[in-house]
Design a protein around this ligand. Structure first.
Ligand code: ATP
Ligand code: MG
Length: 284
């Protein structure tokens, strides 16, 4: 049995290389895999946004998704915790596996999926409640039986915010700076005891100092959590991630994985010309 409460199917063979149109995208980390998209395609109504994406995300690592605006990064990220279910008209083909379990299987509860696989958004979105309540809220709603004060402190410490707010826990979360609000949202995500944290451009609304703080935090969190981050910032991808996936939409194929590799390799020796053009700033 798995953490999602259902039996994992027999391990699937890795997708045949020949099935995949992009040779540089065939890479598969030789580590324990936490999350895996297999031949994943997605349509918004009639409009296709992802095409046969196969991507294995290793446990306790930071994986970055990069690519020009509109190439499907947020769409792919949302597939990893079924957030796209909430958008009317979305249809997917293919599979997403979390520790071997198909998260789109009928007997899987999407709420439980989203608890195990948490999300932090581009714009910090604290609840209009106190700092304390922002962190305690989910646990309270779910009937948490442990000590809430301890939970709040632990999550704020892990999110590197405790020292800045410990004397002000009753203050509104909205009264914090943007960077503090983003760390509060990370603390709130941690309070659900997730295993994976998905972050969609978590620093794009922050100044460089707040950005570096979040980047340091990501490195620390990766010791305990699996992190997938979408970023437009090449330096950020290079600084924080262990692996990088480059996606691209062209006239013929929307949302295609072009290249996937250990970050250093992708940035120093990209295998595909289009990756090279993108990371050298020639388009996008
Ligand atoms: N809710 C939606 N309904 C219809 N189409 C959508 C929706 N969300 C995204 N799309 C379309 O799907 C494609 C991929 O969008 P997505 O937001 O995943 O791109 P992205 O790579 O995250 O872009 P950006 O870097 O600008 O955030 C785009 O063509 C976009 O217009
Ligand atoms: Mg996006």
């Amino acid at each position: 049995m798995t953490e999602l409460g259902i039996r994992a199917p027999a391990p699937h063979p890795a997708p045949e290389a020949a099935e995949h149109p992009q040779p540089a995208a065939r890479f598969r980390p030789k580590e324990e895999i936490a999350l895996e998209a297999v031949n994943l395609s997605l349509w918004y109504g009639k409009k296709r946004a992802l095409t046969n994406v196969s991507l294995a995300i290793p446990k306790n690592r930071v994986t970055a998704l990069i690519g020009p605006s509109g190439c499907g990064k947020s769409t792919l990220l949302r597939c990893f915790n079924r957030m796209n279910d909430l958008i009317p008209g979305v249809r997917i083909e293919g599979t997403v596996r979390y520790h071997g379990v198909d998260i789109y299987a009928k007997n899987v509860d999407p709420v439980e999926v989203r608890r195990r696989i948490g999300m932090v958004f581009q714009k910090p979105n604290p609840f209009p409640k106190s700092i304390y309540e922002n962190v305690a809220f989910g646990a309270r709603v779910n009937g948490y039986r442990g000590n809430l004060d301890e939970l709040v402190e632990r999550c704020l410490r892990r999110a590197a915010l405790w020292d800045e707010v410990k004397d002000d826990l009753k203050k509104s979360g909205l009264a914090l700076s943007g960077g503090q609000q983003q760390r509060l949202c990370i603390a709130r995500a941690l309070a659900n005891d997730p295993d994976v944290i998905l972050m969609d451009e978590p620093c794009s609304a922050l100044d460089p100092i707040a950005t570096l703080k979040i980047e340091d935090l990501m490195r620390e969190l990766a010791e305990q959590y699996t992190i997938v981050i979408v970023t437009h910032n090449m330096q950020q991808a290079a600084r924080v991630s262990d692996y990088t996936a480059f996606l691209l939409t062209d006239e013929r194929t929307p949302g295609q994985l072009i290249e996937y590799a250990p970050t250093q390799e992708l940035f120093t020796h990209p295998k595909d010309r289009r990756t090279e053009d993108y990371i050298r700033g020639r388009f996008g």
